[in-house]
Unconditional design. Structure first.
Length: 135
């Protein structure tokens, strides 16, 4: 079905993002990178592609690129808690706790506002690595 959708509209960012996520779930990181890159070639501000590319770069330990993409996704309006968590932990891992704390605290508050206690605890744990204690 996805291949047919891609043939019908090869520049549709949603289809390219969906193909990328399918490839990522199947363990084909190179193919996922290709689809996310194609998505951004056609729609440079398509937040899901920026976000998932950043997450994949983080898994690949390409921290600088991951940080740039995750920051961009958030600047463009992402409210995905994973973006805030991944960016915060990447910055923390790079030794930039000041910047990490900004994103982790925002994510913590978003998780609290949505009543997601598990995610809130995850953010609290990440904040603790930067010396920030939350209730």
């Amino acid at each position: 079905v996805l291949s047919s959708a891609l043939e019908w509209n090869p520049q549709d960012p949603y289809v390219l993002w969906t193909m990328g996520t399918a490839q990522q779930r199947a363990g084909s990181k190179e193919r996922a990178f290709e689809y996310y890159s194609r998505c951004l070639d056609t729609s440079p501000d398509y937040v899901p592609c920026i976000s998932y590319l950043g997450g994949l770069q983080l898994v690949e330990q390409n921290f600088d690129a991951a940080i740039l993409n995750l920051e961009r996704a958030i600047e463009l309006g992402s409210t995905d808690l994973d973006d805030f968590y991944e960016l915060g932990t990447a910055l923390s891992g790079q030794g930039d706790c000041a910047a990490a704390t900004t994103y982790l605290e925002r994510g913590y508050q978003m998780a609290a506002d949505s009543g997601n206690a598990d995610r809130q605890a995850r953010f609290a744990s990440a904040l603790k690595t930067c010396g920030v204690l939350v209730n």
